[in-house]
Ligand binder design. Structure first.
Ligand SMILES: Nc1ncnc2c1ncn2[C@@H]1O[C@H](COP(=O)(O)OP(=O)(O)OP(=O)(O)O)[C@@H](O)[C@H]1O
Length: 363
């Protein structure tokens, strides 16, 4: 039997394309530590994203490609996401140990921003990433309720705050410091101070992604917050109505002002999945989100259905991706999580952008 050459193996791997990145796995740098010993090959499939289902398939294709090389008898593949830190604005204090910070925002309230943020965070964690969630929604912190955690944060050293843990996520919320029932009488500067404390003093440890749930709207508070947090990119959540009214556009414009790249748009409460037969119906307009994304040159991350289960699970502290991981709904959130991870990975390293001097305008 012929002995395979390393060249032939690399050549076979070069034929394996990752459809999300539209490049082959060798050019992408996803193949590491390749070793050939007689007829045995071993390598690491280490993409720059967590191993979401789509990425795992690519890893399996890489394995199959090498197995098909003449003379290869055995292939050992170690699969592990090797998520790197990507760009952040200059001028903001970096959070040690936190590689990427994702802002989840919406043009207005009640569109399902927090529900999406929590399920996105869980989706990334389900693929094997270390994930935290920071609830910066000062007007209506809902992460404690959605994750079913409450109480004041503790401190081990009297200086830093320990995040709470729920469903494998590390969580910190402005809601842990204030009562959910307390009317929001805090003035802007006081709120900012509390948030800065949450940002700077939370003991996140090592995180691949920190998902930040921003308050709804595109006004001063959101703008200031976007400047305080070292954001890698933004995700805008919109309903089909906002998309039709172009409200979602304002969200992108706000982040553009502070030089934060857009990771894309999520259309929420658009599809309807029939609870009896599972049929998916577009109740509003077909493909509004995709059309919007095409028009504005942003990524379309996915459509989340309007679904009683999603609402009930979120509102009772058992978010869908954790409560019903095998459901079609969880699969949709997983696809969105994968798309977000891919967008971040595409940004590349060492690509720091300038922190702009901006003047804040009234909403
Ligand atoms: N896809 C969905 N299907 C059904 N209900 C949903 C969906 N997404 C969110 N909801 C429900 O809509 C309500 C508002 O959602 P959520 O709190 O996530 O919105 P938000 O945009 O963060 O709101 P706020 O402006 O209050 O922060 C919640 O009761 C939530 O359970």
């Amino acid at each position: 039997m012929a002995t395979p050459t390393e060249e032939a193996i690399w050549e076979a791997l070069r034929q394996v394309e990752d459809p999300d990145f539209e490049k082959d796995v060798v050019s992408l740098g996803f193949i590491q530590d390749l070793e050939l010993k007689k007829n045995k090959v071993s390598f690491t499939f280490g993409p720059d994203t967590p191993l979401c289902p789509g990425r795992k398939e690519v890893g399996e294709k890489a394995r199959a490609a090498v197995e098909a090389v003449e003379g290869v008898k055995k292939v050992d593949v170690t699969m592990e996401g090797r998520i790197r830190a990507h760009k952040v604005q200059q001028g903001v204090q970096l959070m040690e140990g936190v590689k990427n910070v994702i802002a989840v925002a919406s043009g207005k309230g009640g569109v399902g921003k927090s529900t999406t943020a929590v399920n996105l965070a869980l989706g990334l964690a389900a693929c094997g990433a270390k994930v935290g969630i920071l609830d910066a929604d000062i007007y209506g912190p809902s992460i404690p309720r959605m994750l079913g955690v409450s109480g004041k944060p503790t401190s081990k050293d009297g200086k830093t705050l320990e995040p709470k843990e729920a469903y494998g996520l590390k969580a910190m919320s402005i809601g842990f410091l204030i009562d959910e029932e307390t009317p929001m009488v805090w003035r802007g500067p006081m709120v900012m101070q509390a948030l800065e404390q949450l940002l700077g003093d939370t003991n996140w440890g090592e995180l691949d992604y920190l998902v930040v749930d921003l308050p709804p709207g595109t006004g001063d508070t959101q703008l200031t917050l976007s400047q305080k947090v070292p954001l890698t990119g933004s995700v805008i959540v919109s309903t089909p109505q906002d998309i039709a009214l172009l409200d979602a556009r304002r969200g992108f414009q706000m982040f553009e002002k502070v030089g934060v790249p857009s990771l894309g748009i999520v259309e929420n409460m658009s599809l309807f999945i029939c609870p009896n037969c599972g049929e998916e119906t577009d109740i509003f307009s077909h493909g509004g989100g995709q059309q919007f994304a095409d028009d504005y040159g942003v990524e379309f991350l996915g459509s989340v259905p309007l679904d009683a289960g999603i609402r009930e699970q979120a509102d009772t502290g058992h978010p869908t991706v954790a409560a019903a991981p095998d459901s079609r709904q969880a699969e949709i959130y997983q696809t969105i999580a994968n798309a977000v991870a891919v967008e971040i990975a595409k940004q590349g390293e060492d690509h720091t952008h300038k922190f702009p001097n901006i003047s804040i305008q009234a909403d």
